[in-house]
Ligand binder design. Structure first.
Ligand SMILES: Nc1ncnc2c1ncn2[C@@H]1O[C@H](COP(=O)(O)OP(=O)(O)O)[C@@H](O)[C@H]1O
Ligand SMILES: [Mg+2]
Length: 319
């Protein structure tokens, strides 16, 4: 099997990931700044969805998400092409496949995170609850309130543990009991017992595994419908990894989860459905990009794969 990703590629990707993480954090902090200046008396800035409350027309729609012939490219270079699969409400869907097969590019379509990646272009349709997420009237910020994202490297904000969790509710003008809200989110993220005595401490003082659960608590505080997790445990020790996996199971079915993982055992343990991607050469123009090879129930995909490439990957012959 040809080696498709060199150490240089990995470095370039790691740098791109750091930029995305920074862009995402900056965007959130800027959003907070604007929200608080509005509360101090300024006029609220209109969003593209103002006056269009029906942009989320069918909360009960299932499948909750649909990828329909989705392709992502960077500049003129295709990264992943013509991917189609559903995300049933309440399920955990795993994306697996070798490095460079487009897993991150795809998962980032589901909350418009590719908007923050310079040069990224998305074609095809990504439906969420029946709404085309890339339709002009859809506000990416609104999307990201409902569809939270957890990255490989935890990105707590430079604030206290408490303020990290209170962040989203404050931006949204939450009027209820904030202490209760913070405790509830930290409990749901299985972090409360470890931090209850130091809520005012800086989030950067937490271990990597705790920071990741804090980021999950921060997402949960705005009551998301979906959590996207891009290799959420790949930088964590086995105990923290087990925490995250237990947590995922507890969050469903209220929250639907899409997870990218390069850890096949993890996909096998936690997911209901699995999408296997690999890098293929287009027979027409010779271009190389990720393609979806097989999608199905995790148990079937691992034990009775339909495609020999899936078989080779899940049995550890390449990757
Ligand atoms: N920000 C980016 N800028 C340019 N190319 C990118 C960027 N992110 C990913 N790519 C390219 O897109 C392809 C798919 O990458 P990615 O979606 O990160 O795959 P995976 O998550 O499966 O490793 C790779 O060839 C990668 O180099
Ligand atoms: Mg990736």
């Amino acid at each position: 099997m040809e080696q498709v990703s060199s150490p240089e590629d990995a470095q370039v990707r790691a740098a791109a990931d750091r930029e995305l993480l920074k862009a995402c954090t900056d965007e959130c902090l800027e959003h907070e700044r604007r929200a608080s200046s509005q509360r101090d008396g300024g006029e609220p800035e209109p969003t593209p969805t103002d006056g269009d409350a029906a942009w989320w027309p069918n909360p009960g729609e299932d499948p909750l998400g649909v990828f329909d012939q989705v392709s992502v490219s960077y500049g003129d270079v295709p990264a992943v092409r013509d991917v189609a699969f559903p995300v049933p409400a309440g399920s955990i869907v795993a994306l697996i496949g070798p490095s460079g097969s487009g897993k991150s590019s795809l998962i980032r379509c589901m909350n418009r995170m590719n908007d923050l990646v310079p040069s990224a272009r998305v074609d095809g349709t990504v439906l969420y609850r029946g709404v085309n997420l890339y339709a002009p009237k859809v506000d990416a910020i609104e999307v990201r309130k409902r569809i939270g994202m957890v990255f490989q490297k935890p990105n707590p904000f430079p604030k206290s543990i408490y303020d990290n969790v209170a962040f989203g509710p404050r931006v949204l003008g939450f009027q209820g009991d904030m202490d209760e809200m913070v405790e509830h989110a930290l409990r749901r993220a299985a972090l409360w017992d470890e931090v209850r005595d130091r809520l005012g401490s800086n989030a950067f003082g937490l271990s990597g595994g705790q920071q990741q659960r804090l980021v999950i608590a921060r997402c949960l505080a705005v009551d998301p419908d979906v959590l996207l997790m891009d290799e959420p445990a790949s930088a964590l020790d086995p105990i923290s990894t087990a925490h995250i996996e237990d947590l995922m199971r507890e969050l469903t079915p209220e929250v639907t989860i899409v997870i990218v993982t390069h850890n096949l055992q993890q996909a096998g343990r936690v997911s209901d459905l699995t999408a296997f991607l690999t890098v293929e050469v287009d027979p027409e123009d010779g271009s190389i990009a990720g393609e979806l090879i097989e999608f199905g129930p995790t148990e079937q995909l691992f034990n009775r794969p339909r495609d020999e490439r899936t078989e080779a990957y899940v049995s550890g012959k390449f990757g």
